[in-house]
Design a protein around this ligand. Sequence first.
Ligand SMILES: *Cc1c(COP(=O)(O)O)cnc(C)c1O
Length: 330
Amino acid sequence: MSLWRYADRLPVEPLVTMGEGGTPLVLAEHLSELTGCEVWLKVEGANPTGSFKDRGMTVAVSAAVQEGAEVVVCASTGNTAASAAAYAARAGLRGAVIVPEGKIATGKLAQALMHGARVVALRGNFDQALAVVRELAALHPVSLVNSVNEYRIEGQKTAAFEVVDSLGEAPDVLCIPVGNAGNVTAYWRGFSELGDSPALHGYQAEGAAPLVHGAPVSQPETVASAIRIGNPARWEDAMGAFTSSRGAVRAVSDAEILDAYTLLGSREGVFCEPASAASVAGLLKHGAEGRVVCVLTGHGLKDPQTAMNRASSVVPCEPELAAVEKAVLG
Ligand SMILES: *Cc1c(COP(=O)(O)O)cnc(C)c1O
């Protein structure tokens, strides 16, 4: 069932949709054992283009169509580009995505291009790309679909509704990766609309942790490209959410992120992207109590190269039973 089951709490009609939301909430038995909590994984990689961005995009592009926009633009580290491109294609709008040159994962570039978007490689980082598209949108009649767009937050809040509906009540703690901080803002809005208040535990990568340090980071660096952001657009909203929920925002290292990423794949059977694993890395590092939901924001297939660098290598084999026996069972 798509997120449009919550249409009465959304600000537009579903004009551009392809079944986004309704993603699995999976009990993580191994992680529960490791942490002493009851850990659930919200598998957002199961959305149509492979990330939670589709929740916001179906609402934002529906609004763009209603408002008569012809062009949809965004700055992106990858997932927003793929999602905006797909929904623009479906709506018959022109899509343009500005990405940091050389810093976008293969899977996401392929998606954006296949959906016919104009992909612009900016010689700069995400924060610079966002600043320039904001200027562009102020001067031209284009619809900006980054998470500065209120419709994005509205769509994304439905993930909180789904978590509460699946569990029958709100969890004690929600662990979530934080980049531009739109998603944590959206979860907080969703829980608040239901009158719930789980503690929000946000995690940034050590090399891109402006909210943890209380100051923008001019050259953010981390393996987790989706949270490689030095100046979050939703700074105040996110800090408000951490404070109001009696939660916290903390940092995890790239090594901790990659360990959690590998553990999720090898022990829980869930292949997410590195940025997503920050939620689990944070839980493992800082702990929590009670029933915990970790948001796995995007699918691992986005970035096959990081996976191949981590995983064990392929076993070569001759086409004979003895050789296959040795290769498989040895
Ligand atoms: C966008 C994104 C994030 C960060 O979400 P924000 O709303 O920018 O905080 C985390 N993980 C993935 C996979 C993403 O695509």
